[in-house]
Design a protein around this ligand. Structure first.
Ligand code: CA
Length: 420
C-alpha cells in the first residue's frame, strides 16, 4: 500500500500541471485556481455498504460494483468542469458521478457518463471534460458500475465559466407577414464568433454519447461553400470520436418567433443530428428540463435508409411535466424522402401558448400544453444549439456502423423571424 501512496504523491505534480493547462485551454479564459474542488474518497459521507480502506493511512477506498459513496461539494462558480478521478483497478472497470442525490424527481443525474478505468498497477488518472455544475452546494455520489476500483480522490477543475447571455430578441407573433429578426447564412469563411460559442467535452451529455465536442476546431466545425459543416470524426485528436456543438448562449437568446433551418442530415447508423433550443436557465443537469427544450429537428442515423437517404424528422419539446427521462415527452415524426441526400427546411413557430413544428412548410407537430409553468416553461428565453452526436442512448440504440470514420451535418442557414 505504500506503493500506491507514493504513486499518488508523484501524480500530484502532474495534476497541478494538467489543471493549469485545462484552465487555459477553452477560449483562453483563465479560471481562478481557488475554484478547483477535491473530494478525498476517505472523506465520504455515506455509502451503499461498508467499504474497505486499503492503505495504512486510509487514503484509498476499495469499491466493488454495484456500489457508491456519497459526498458534498460546494462549487464556487457555474462552469463546465474537468473531472479527474485518481483510481486503480486490477481489471477493467467503469465508474461515474451522480449529481443531486436528494432530488425529488426520481431521476438519476449521471454527470460524467461512464468513465473507463483500465487495469493499472498503481493509482492513475482517468478523466472526462465538460461536466456542467452550477455554483453552490451539490449532493453527489461516486459510483462503481462494473468491476472493482480503488479510488483515491476526484478533482473538479473549471474549464469554461458559464456565460450569461447579454441579449434576448423577443419576437412578435401577431401580424400578417414574417420579418427576419436574426440569421446566420453561413456565407463567410469561418464560424461567426459574434453569433456562436462552443460547448466542450465528453461527459456523455446526459445520454452516454461517445463524442468529444471540440472548441473552434475546423475539422469539426467550419463554414464551407455557404454552409456550416459539423463533422464527427472517428479516432481523431486522441479521442474515440470528435464533433462539435455550437450554441448562441453567451451571445444572443430568443423569446418566441419562427426558427427555421435548412439542413442535410448524415446517413449512417450511430449518428444523432440536432437543431434545438435550450432554456437560458440551464446551469447543470438539475436545471433540466425546468429550463425547457424545443427540438426543431432531430434525426438518428439508424432511421435513415442507406440507399435512398430517406429518413425521419422528429419534433419534440421537453418540459418539467413531459420529458424523455420519464418517457412521456410529446413528439411527432415525419418521413422525409432523401433526408440525407438533399437539403430540407425544418422550422418551429413558437408563440406564447404553443409550439408548432414544420418540415418543408408542412405542419406536423403541435405542443399546446400551457396550463402552468411545468407544462409551459417557454415564456422565458432560449438559446439555439446545433450539434452532431455519435452513439448515446438514442443515436447508438442500434449500435454504430463499424465502417464509418466521418459523418457530416450540413446547415445552409438558421433564421429567426418575427411577425409584423
Ligand atoms: Ca448558406
Amino acid at each position: 500500500m505504500k506503493l500506491i501512496y507514493l504513486s499518488t504523491v508523484v501524480l500530484l505534480g502532474a495534476v497541478i500541471a494538467c489543471s493549469n493547462q485545462a484552465k487555459m485551454q477553452a477560449n483562453n479564459q483563465p479560471m481562478p485556481s481557488d475554484n478547483v474542488r477535491v473530494f478525498q474518497a476517505e472523506d465520504h459521507t455515506g455509502s451503499s455498504k461498508k467499504f474497505k480502506t486499503e492503505s495504512g493511512d486510509s487514503s484509498v477506498v476499495l469499491m466493488d460494483e454495484p456500489g457508491w459513496i456519497s459526498f458534498d461539494m460546494d462549487f464556487g462558480v457555474a462552469a463546465r468542469y474537468r473531472v479527474q478521478v485518481f483510481a486503480q483497478a486490477a481489471a477493467d472497470a467503469q465508474i461515474w458521478v451522480e449529481d443531486y442525490v436528494d432530488n425529488t424527481d426520481g431521476r438519476t443525474y449521471n454527470v460524467t457518463g461512464n468513465i473507463p478505468v483500465t487495469s493499472t498497477e498503481a493509482v492513475s488518472e482517468f478523466y472526462i471534460e465538460g461536466s456542467p455544475f452550477n455554483k453552490g452546494a451539490h449532493k453527489m455520489k461516486f459510483h462503481v458500475s462494473s468491476g472493482s476500483v480503488s479510488i483515491d480522490k476526484v478533482v473538479f477543475t473549471p474549464m469554461v465559466e458559464h456565460q450569461i447571455t447579454p441579449e434576448t430578441l423577443t419576437q412578435k407573433m401577431d401580424g400578417d407577414d414574417w420579418k427576419l429578426a436574426w440569421s446566420d447564412e453561413f456565407d463567410g469563411d469561418e464560424v461567426d464568433d459574434s453569433k456562436w460559442t462552443y460547448d466542450v467535452g465528453n461527459w456523455g451529455w446526459g445520454n452516454n454519447e461517445l463524442q468529444y465536442y471540440t472548441v473552434k476546431r475546423k475539422e469539426n466545425a467550419r463554414v464551407e461553400d455557404g454552409n456550416l459543416v459539423i463533422e464527427a470524426r472517428k479516432n481523431d485528436d486522441g479521442k474515440k470520436w470528435t464533433s462539435a456543438r455550437l450554441t448562441t448562449r453567451g451571445k444572443v437568446s430568443f423569446l418566441y418567433g419562427k426558427i427555421e433551418m435548412r439542413a442535410q442530415v448524415p446517413r449512417e447508423r450511430g449518428n444523432w443530428a440536432a437543431g434545438w433550443t435550450l432554456g437560458d436557465k440551464y446551469r447543470d443537469e438539475i436545471s433540466w428540463p425546468y429550463c425547457g427544450e424545443i427540438d426543431i429537428l432531430e434525426s438518428v442515423g439508424f432511421e435513415v435508409n442507406d440507399e435512398t437517404g430517406d429518413g425521419i424528422a422528429h419534433a419534440t419539446v421537453h418540459t418539467p411535466a413531459y420529458y424523455f427521462k420519464i418517457n412521456n415527452q410529446i413528439s411527432s415524426t415525419k418521413n422525409i424522402p432523401n433526408m440525407a441526400g438533399e437539403f430540407h427546411t425544418y422550422a418551429v413557430e413558437w408563440t406564447p401558448t404553443e409550439v408548432r413544428g414544420y418540415v418543408d412548410g408542412e405542419k406536423y407537430y403541435v405542443y399546446d400544453k400551457n396550463a402552468n409553468d411545468k407544462e409551459w416553461p417557454f415564456n422565458q428565453a432560449q438559446n439555439l444549439i446545433l450539434n452532431l452526436a455519435m452513439g448515446g442512448g438514442w443515436g447508438g440504440a442500434k449500435g454504430l456502423d463499424a465502417s464509418i470514420t466521418s459523418q457530416k451535418f450540413i446547415i445552409d442557414y438558421v433564421r429567426v423571424y418575427s411577425k409584423e
